[in-house]
Design a protein around this ligand. Sequence first.
Ligand code: 13P
Length: 354
Amino acid sequence: MVSFLRTFSTYVGKRMDRQLLEKNARELVSPGRGILAADESNGTMSNRLEAVGIEPSSEARRAYRANLFSTEGYESAISGVILFDETIRQSMDKGKQITQELSERGVLPGIKVDTGAKELAHFEGEKITEGLDGLRERCKEYFSMGARFAKWRAVIRIGDGMPSSACLSTNAHALARYSSICQEQGLVPIIEPEVLMDGDHDARTCFDVTSSILDATFAECEKQGVHIPGALLKPNMIIAGKDCEDQISREEVARLTVDCLTKHVPHELPGIVFLSGGQSDEDATAHLNLMNNLGVEHPWQLSYSYGRALQADALRKWSGGSEDPASSSRSAFLHRAKMNSLARSGDWSQDLED
Ligand code: 13P
């Protein structure tokens, strides 16, 4: 009897944990809202601040981000913010924890948990994302600090002989391991296998490579018991490489991307939140808008988890040039957030940019 009760209560506990993951995953892709990726590593954020003439430091990174998070009304367009380890421990200007500020606005705090893409041994030019060691303990701590979702980015480069099958399989395996550990600790995993835009490959090659990494990743997720309704996918769009002469139209990007996802993503997944990957702000918005306007049936919400495409203008404005850089930066962020919010329902148009 005692052992029956123990088994029964474990079963009920697991069911409730799964329901909570599903609820948070659905909330992240609720209508008209998407994710702000503000999880640039200290090195990347410092480079971005330096590029606009700001001396980088922990305080400079905090001040810039705290200003973004205090923008009036952005919560109608932003359901979650991905933070970096440094930021999740930092406070707003007046001392309130950043996680508390976000939660009070109804914005879910998220956390980047990988420790970066490192050289893949024996495969020059390719990367494997690290960070599995100690991940369970880190997730536990982040959950106790208020995080409810996480991100792990795998990087796939297209080039001569690349990607190798070793690159695809090791990254897919790590993405599934990360997802399982996050779910065990109550965090919704955002699964990000990014096929880079660097190179001169055409859109068809991007389609094929994206198909391969999606297949490998979801096969590993299935093997490792990842609960797909409690996860989100963060993919690249299907775009020709930056140096390819044969660029395709916005309409083709939208059509090929939805086609690729339809063929290679499980239908129980609640949502797909795209990365911007170096696209211009307006291209990232226009592509999402077209996808949501295609009139093609698909089972998931199509949304955004943009870093640069939500922040590039806000960062430029933060560096000065106006009477009130803080306010100009917040306005620039709010504008892009609203434009992408409209793209969720296919209601964005070019004239709204002006
Ligand atoms: P970008 O939108 O700038 O590609 O950043 C998204 C992201 O989180 C990359 O990991």
